[in-house]
Every structure is written in structure tokens, then in C-alpha cells.
Design a protein. Structure first.
Length: 283
């Protein structure tokens, strides 16, 4: 838990208070303008920017909560009965767990901030730890994962037709059974197909495994700055071009920011929760 506090809580608190609030400032400046905005005290603007600058780091809060639940379960289950039970899982059991996920999607939601779905994400985390770590299940997914992927794609088409034009982060979208079935079977399919075709290692994959945490932490801030720079040109560009610019600029700049900041002790700690370079790990 001490390691999780350093890795998850430090970047999602100190990191936001010192660096990530800049992204929140960009967001608030898009909504707060004119003479009324000028009357807002600077400290209040800073607090609003901090709240708006959480970005992708909201998941650190949810993941830390899930880690606390796991630690409690391991404290209670000292004989590792849950792990032994999870080892017996098969592809049918994993598929049926989608019903559990549908139920969990209605537990511990924060309606004002719909991305915070503590029940759903914690259940997914625990099933990943206890069930999808089973070698038996993984071998079955490797063989039949393409069936799960086809099911997931089929529900993805239904999802697209039903929710096109609605914000994907709204609870009515996230917690709809169609969304959950689509996500669940697509996830199972990817776990299976990826084992069959992408079970290899090279210099690029090794580098990405040690850099993905930095890319995750950095990318929203980089995208917000890029969006601001692109704003005047966006009306004249096809949306596909805008997305490609976002992709091919955000990724290398996020990596560059990671490579610079991880070498500066204070920034390395507040942004990524890393005290020494040798402690850099896959998130």
C-alpha cells in the first residue's frame, strides 16, 4: 500500500497541485471569459483549475480504492482460497461474469463525476487479479478469443447505432448493458487474440513498457495545449485530420516530456510518483 500511495496518490494530488492544474486552466479559460471572469480572484481560479486539471488521473483514485479492497481481501483470505478458486476459472465462467459487471456498474457511482465508477472498476480490477490471471483461462482465450472478439464487435455496432451523438462518459451510456457486454467481450477477445499474434518482445515494446506510465500521465496536458493551438485552424480542417494531428503530436511530445521530467528529481516525484530512475516500472 505504501508503494501504491507513492505511485498513484502522489501524481494525482501533488502532480495536479503543481503541474497538471495548467491543463485545468486551459479548460477553464475556454469557459470563463469576459468582464465577469476578470473579477474572479486568482486563488479561486487556481482552485477551479486544480479541480479541472485531474484529466486522466481520476483513474489513479479509482485504482487506489481497488488496491485497498484487494489488500483487505488478502488480509482476510490468508489461505489464498480466492486465488485457488480463480485458478479453476474457464472461458464460460469468464463470460458469465459479465452479469456481475452489469450489476457492479450500478454500485458506488458518483453522478456528478460519471467517470468515477468505483463499483464497476473495482470489480473489473478484482476479476483481473483473481480470474484473468488463470493460466487455464488464458490458454482457452488464446484458442477461442476470436469468438469473443466477434461478439464484442457485434455489440460494438449496436452500441454505435444506439449511442451515436451522446457523450460516451454519461452514466446512461457507460452503465447500459449493451456498453458493458460490448466492453467485456471485446476485452476477452483482445486478451485471446493478442496472445496468439503479439506474444513477442522487441526494443520498442520493452521501451513502451517502461514509458507507458509517463505517457499516460502526460498526454492529457499535451492534448489540451495542442487543442488550444489548433483551435483557430479546426473549423477549416476535416475532423479526421485533427485526430491524426492529435495522435502524431501527442505521443512523441508525451514521450519527450517523460524523458526530460523523469531525470529531474522533484518533477519525477510529483508527476510520476518515482523517487529514483531505477524504480521506473510498468504501471
Amino acid at each position: 500500500m505504501k508503494a501504491r500511495v507513492q505511485k498513484l496518490i502522489v501524481p494525482s494530488t501533488l502532480g495536479i497541485l503543481t503541474i497538471q492544474w495548467i491543463g485545468g486552466l486551459i479548460i477553464t479559460n475556454n469557459f470563463m471569459s469576459g468582464p465577469d471572469a476578470a473579477q474572479v480572484p486568482g486563488f479561486i481560479k487556481y482552485l477551479i483549475s486544480v479541480a479541472s486539471g485531474i484529466g486522466a488521473l481520476w483513474f489513479c483514485h479509482v485504482l487506489f480504492f481497488a488496491c485497498c479492497i484487494l489488500a483487505l481481501l488478502k488480509l482476510i483470505d490468508k489461505n489464498c482460497r480466492l486465488e485457488a478458486l480463480g485458478e479453476k476459472s474457464n472461458i464460460f465462467v469468464a463470460a458469465v461474469f459479465v452479469i456481475v459487471m452489469i450489476g457492479a456498474s450500478h454500485v458506488l457511482n458518483i453522478k456528478m463525476i460519471p467517470t468515477y465508477r468505483f463499483g464497476y472498476d473495482t470489480m473489473a480490477f478484482l476479476l483481473g487479479y483473481y480470474v484473468f490471471s488463470s493460466e487455464k483461462l488464458l490458454s482457452q482465450l488464446k484458442k477461442f478469443g476470436w469468438i469473443c472478439l466477434l461478439i464484442g464487435i457485434g455489440f460494438g455496432v449496436v452500441y454505435f447505432r444506439k449511442f451515436y451523438g451522446i457523450c460516451y462518459s454519461d452514466l446512461e451510456v457507460q452503465n447500459n448493458w449493451i456498453s458493458i457486454v460490448h466492453a467485456w467481450f471485446t476485452m476477452m477477445g483482445i486478451l485471446g487474440v493478442a496472445q496468439a499474434f503479439f506474444e513477442f518482445e522487441n526494443n520498442f515494446s520493452v521501451y513502451m513498457c517502461t514509458s507507458n506510465w509517463g505517457i499516460y500521465v502526460n498526454h492529457i496536458l499535451i492534448m489540451l495545449i495542442l487543442n488550444t493551438l489548433l483551435k483557430p485552424a479546426v473549423p477549416n480542417l476535416p475532423i479526421a485530420v485533427v485526430y491524426l494531428i492529435e495522435l502524431f503530436v501527442t505521443l512523441p511530445v508525451s514521450i519527450a516530456m517523460w524523458e526530460v521530467c523523469k531525470r529531474i528529481p522533484v518533477l519525477r516525484y510529483v508527476l510520476y510518483g518515482i523517487k529514483k530512475p531505477k524504480k521506473v516500472e510498468n504501471a
